[in-house]
Structures are given as C-alpha cells and as structure tokens.
Design a protein around this ligand. Structure first.
Ligand code: ITT
Length: 198
C-alpha cells in the first residue's frame, strides 16, 4: 500500500519517514493544498485534510491532525494549536507566550497531553482513523533543540526534561508514534487476510 501525505508541515513528514520506515510507503504529495481546518475535533480536521488531497490527487491519502491540549487552559490550544498567537512568527516566541500566560493567570494546573489523529483515506467508502496520545506537563522554561512546535515546553510523563531534549524517546513514544503503531498493527492484521476488503 502506498499513500501520499496530506500535510504542509515538513517536521511531520520527517517524523513519519522514521516511523513508517520500511513498513508503509508514505510519499510526499505532488503539491501542498490550503485546507480550511473548520472542524471542532482532531478527527474532523484530519478527515477534511485527507479528503481534500484525495479529491485533488485521486490516490490513497494519509493526513495527521495533532495538537496540544492544556488541562489548565482547555480553550487555548487543542485543535487550534497551529493557530495560537499568529502575530508571533517563531515557535520559541509562541512557547514563551504560553509560559507567560500560565504565569500571569497564576495557573497551577500544568497537566497537558498531545493528541495525534491519523486519517487514512483509501476511497470515499473506506476511511480509517487511528489516535495516539502523549501525557505530561508544561515546563517552567523553554529547553531543548530537537523536534518542533511546543516540544521545548512539554515534559513527558516519567521524564525530567522537555521532549525537545529527547529525540530518540519521541520517535518511540510520542502521540504520533503511538498513532502510527496502532495503524500499522491494524494494517498488518488486515492486509494479510485477503477476504477482508482494504
Ligand atoms: P498540516 O495541517 O499541514 O499537517 P500543521 O502544522 O498546520 O500542518 P496541525 O493543523 O495538525 O498541523 O497543527 C498541529 C500543531 O500542533 C503544530 O503546528 C504544532 O504547533 C503542534 N504539534 C503537533 N504535533 C506536535 C509535536 O509532535 N511536537 C510539538 N508540537 C506539535
């Protein structure tokens, strides 16, 4: 099976190429599309992205919708994670702004989790979703040079440093890695059985 990746985020493509290595063929899309992410859930937005690329390129498509959910500020990021503080061009500034909001509002609840929903759009009749999560806490300061987005301010459960310091760990246990594992075990289970339609 071969899929194109319905994403314009090069960091996601990089992570997927390690995660799918030799197991599922995921190719870059011929070009990237502007998709209005109007859904209110990660599933809806993953579906909107996968469907738009499928309609345009007419080949099986994989989309990722992901984000960071903050227990103490549930409205702030979530499905809007990519659209937080649009006036700030860099993620270092966005991460700092996030930390400042915790400080200014005196928010003690620093629990958070990343969510990744994958949508495999094989045809209009055959669409599969897989989810992965990574739990942790929002750090007190920015640290680490790996990863992307909010990695420098997220300390995963059981770790003492941000995920931006833990590239190998992230590749094994991130929300994206867990969603990919779920997808791979489903496809392995089903592709080997010819009576099942895929
Ligand atoms: P596409 O929609 O084109 O795939 P995007 O970056 O806009 O790219 P999303 O709408 O799924 O993707 O937004 C996800 C945002 O959540 C992303 O821009 C980051 O800010 C954040 N995010 C997702 N996964 C992350 C990760 O592994 N580490 C850090 N931040 C992450």
């Amino acid at each position: 099976m071969e899929f194109i990746l319905a994403s314009s985020n090069p960091h996601k493509a990089e992570e997927f190429s390690l995660l799918f290595e030799g197991k599922l063929k995921v190719l870059p899309a011929p070009s990237s599309l502007e998709v209005d992410e109007t859904g209110v859930t990660f599933q809806e937005n993953a579906y909107l992205k996968a469907q738009s690329y499928f309609k345009k390129f007419k080949v099986p498509t994989l989309a990722d919708d992901s984000g960071l959910v903050l227990e103490g500020l549930p409205e702030l990021l979530g499905v809007q994670s990519a659209r937080f503080a649009p006036e700030l061009p860099s993620y270092t500034d966005k991460c700092q702004k996030l930390l400042d909001i915790y400080q200014e509002k005196g928010i003690k609840e620093r629990g958070a989790y990343f969510v990744c929903v994958l949508c495999f759009y094989l045809s209009d009749e055959e669409v599969y979703f897989f989810e992965g999560r990574m739990k942790g806490d929002i750090a007190n300061e920015i640290s680490g040079a790996h990863g992307f987005g909010y990695d420098p301010v997220f300390i995963p459960e059981g770790q003492t440093v941000s995920v931006a310091n833990l590239p190998e760990w992230k590749n094994e246990f991130s929300h994206r890695a867990r969603a990919v594992k779920n997808a791979l075990s489903f496809f392995k289970e089903n592709v080997d059985k010819p009576h099942k339609k895929l």
